[in-house]
Design a protein around this ligand. Structure first.
Ligand SMILES: [Zn+2]
Ligand SMILES: [Zn+2]
Length: 208
């Protein structure tokens, strides 16, 4: 039994976007379902998401909530944490969800298996039985993530950052070195020349 708000339709949509089914995506589905219930979806740029991870989970946010990099309403704030903030422009409602970390029998056993699989003198039989068990544990983990009460998976609190600015269309400037077009905020001025970041780095490298 899935938790309230989690439907096969949501799962299928997220899996189709992500390409496979995994615990990370399942975590993202729980976050996305929470966001849709509490924030609505990102029709236009109404809802903005800030993700602190670039792992599997963020694909569920893109597929289900509709916050995407291309629309500018998904911001990557690289912190290596399974944490997501949502902001609603219309009324300023905001929240940050962060995954609760706790070890249980599943995660302990999965860790043991990973460790044993690393050793080189494993028999083929032992290896394939461990891999089968790991696969089984992964499926149980997915079920667990999709069925546990939300409060057991995530803590809800205040975002650590302000609401991101609206995505703006910025002018393009031609790099004086390579001739490629660059968004104006990414142009660097080096000795009076306007350079893209790559050419600026190269220019810095050859300077004494
Ligand atoms: Zn994945
Ligand atoms: Zn350049």
């Amino acid at each position: 039994m899935y938790a309230p708000g989690i439907t096969q339709e949501l799962i299928d949509k997220a899996v189709a976007f992500h390409g496979h089914w995994c615990p990370g995506l399942s975590t993202g589905i729980r976050v996305a379902a929470w966001a849709m219930q509490n924030m609505g979806t990102a029709a236009d740029e109404e809802v903005v998401a800030v993700t602190e991870t670039d792992m599997c989970a963020v694909d569920a946010i893109q597929a289900l909530v509709g916050c995407t990099f291309g629309k500018g309403n998904l911001i990557f704030r690289d912190r290596g944490k399974v944490a997501f903030s949502f902001f609603r422009r219309s009324d300023g409602k905001k929240a940050r969800l962060v995954q609760k970390m706790h070890e249980d029998d599943l995660s302990r056993r999965a860790k043991e298996i990973r460790k044993e699989l690393e050793s080189e003198n494993l028999s083929g039989d032992r290896r394939s039985s461990l891999e089968a068990e790991a696969e089984h544990l992964k499926r149980r983990r997915i079920e667990q993530i999709l069925s546990l009460p939300f409060e057991e998976l995530f803590a809800v609190g205040e975002p650590l950052c302000d609401m991101p600015h609206m995505a703006r269309r910025l002018p393009t400037i031609i790099c004086d070195e390579c001739g490629e077009g660059v968004m104006s905020t990414r142009i660097r001025e080096v000795n009076g020349r306007h350079l893209c970041m790559d050419c600026a780095e190269k220019a810095a490298g050859v300077q004494p």
